[in-house]
Design a protein around this ligand. Structure first.
Ligand code: NAD
Length: 455
């Protein structure tokens, strides 16, 4: 089939490349010339395992092209995916400027090229419930009927870091529309996945749109829940890694998303929970659980600062911190809303210096001009002569560190493990004073809610 994907971000580029891999002819459109320049060299502008090889394979086979113009293959194409970003406004509301810009461009092009054939405009971006109906209303203002252009919601559930696997092995495919003809076409597009047992849920626009927010809000809830349990473990002497294991063995709960850490980040959970709370409020409903989830997360991101300041008697000015991991999770270079940013800002504000290392993040524009912040080439250089080490993101490369080497190169061997990568015993055996989230406090520090760091 011929497909156009607008937006070559994490979702659009992975979707376009994988659809091409299934034998479709895909045109990827992006308005950012810098991204297109990189794409035309057969490279992904961001790090996603396995993407570069697939991109090249399909580009070479002529099944994948990149362009700035929607016009290029518009006439011959039936299926259009809108996969542009939906960042949050300050209020939490989803900013749909990019989505509607593509929508208007699409309808203008349909009329300009005097198309009469059936086309399907599919929203893959995460958009608030009601957006699809608004797109239908916009279509009507262009004098285009439902028989000419059908509007579909097809939310994306892939995870950065395992996006290719997730595309080919989704837990479910959700498609929402009032047009059976459009749903049939999309089901045909996804048929190779359906044949390998992926359930396809056909539903209304509204249900499809809300299902994405509901899923993300629930996953964020699991994370904030286990983080609160970790905090309670620290106050009681219980061990959160065992608690998570015990809870996860219960089939009704499930073992995923029960890893305590420094709060969730990324391009989805923070903005999607905020957008959901905002939307509910507009409708006169207080979404209490999700609001609490967000509040817990904000505090969790700063929690390590309480321990650090307590340990250094409230004076970290001039001290050097080795930061391991900058991306919001392993196997991606995405730093949007990453906990590492919150921690770095707080450390720098207190006059500390940071030497950071991440396997994929090699620059952070927001700290570029700050002389107290540097990104170094490996974990050992980061640790050298530092006064404390903070393990922020659980990249595999941090799981097998030479702890003896790290310890002997540091000014002061104190280790803050925010991801439960090492057992307290292992760190202690290696000669560290250690804080391990939900398992071991430093000295006698007990952090009650009142004591949590606020800037
Ligand atoms: P992104 O910010 O990485 O990429 C968006 C792309 O759209 C950019 O390359 C930008 O240049 C392009 N763009 C913007 N306006 C355009 C226009 N008018 N014409 C052509 N291109 C345009 O975004 P992303 O992370 O891929 O997310 C896209 C959507 O998918 C969001 O709604 C997000 O919530 C959702 N989503 C993201 C993930 C994820 O893991 N990143 C997972 C599921 C769903």
């Amino acid at each position: 089939m011929k497909v156009i994907v607008v937006g070559t971000g994490y979702v659009g580029l992975v979707t376009g490349t994988c659809l091409a891999d299934l034998g479709n002819f895909v045109t990827c459109v992006d308005s950012d010339p810098a991204k297109l320049d990189i794409l035309k060299t057969c490279k992904s502008p961001f790090y996603e395992p396995g993407l570069d090889e697939r991109l090249k394979r399909n580009f070479d086979a002529g099944r994948l092209v990149f362009t700035a113009s929607l016009k290029d293959s518009f006439r011959d194409t039936t299926l259009f995916f809108n996969a542009v970003g939906t960042p949050p406004y300050e209020s939490g509301e989803a900013d749909l400027t990019y989505v509607f810009s593509v929508v208007n461009e699409f309808f203008e092009m349909y009329n300009e090229l005097q198309c009469t054939d059936f086309k399907v405009l599919i929203t893959k971006s995460t958009v608030p419930v009601g957006t699809g109906s608004k797109i239908e209303a916009i279509r009507n203002t262009y004098g285009i009927s439902e028989d000419q252009v059908a509007i579909v919601s097809n939310p994306e559930f892939l995870r950065e870091g395992t996006a290719i696997y997730d595309f080919f092995h989704p837990d479910r495919i959700v498609v929402g529309s009032s047009s059976e003809q459009a749903l049939d076409l999309i089901q045909e597009l996804y048929d190779p996945l359906y044949r390998t047992q992926t359930p396809v849920i056909r539903t209304s626009l509204q249900t499809s749109e809300l299902s994405k927010y509901a899923s993300n809000a629930f996953l964020a809830t699991k994370i904030s829940f286990i983080n609160e349990m970790a905090n309670l473990c620290e106050l009681t002497g219980a061990d959160v890694s065992d608690i998570a294991k015990i809870m996860g063995m219960d089939g009704r709960i499930g073992k995923y998303f029960l890893h305590a850490g420094p709060g969730y980040g990324g391009s989805c959970f923070p903005k999607d929970t905020k957008a959901l709370v905002y939307l509910a409020k507009q409708l006169g409903y207080d979404l209490n659980v999700v609001s609490a989830v967000e509040k817990v997360n904000e505090t969790q991101k700063k929690r390590v600062m309480t321990y650090i300041l307590d340990y250094f008697d409230n004076d970290i000015s001039g001290k050097t911190f080795a930061l391991l991991g900058l991306s919001f999770k392993p196997n991606t270079d995405d730093v949007r809303e990453a906990s590492s940013l919150t921690i770095s800002e707080a450390l720098l504000k207190q006059g500390a210096r940071i030497k950071a290392f991440d396997p994929e993040v090699k620059s952070l524009p927001q700290f570029e001009d700050n002389q107290n912040f540097s990104i170094v080439s490996d974990s050992y250089t980061a640790a050298e002569s530092s006064d404390a080490l903070i393990l922020v993101t659980e990249w595999n490369t941090f799981r097998e560190l030479d702890l003896a080497r790290i310890r002997s190169s540091m000014n002061h061997p104190v280790f803050f493990d925010l991801r439960n990568v090492y057992s307290p015993q292992k760190l202690s055996d290696a000669g560290f004073e250690a804080y391990v989230i939900g398992r071991k406090l430093l000295g006698n520090t007990l952090v009650s809610s009142e004591k949590v760091y606020r800037d």
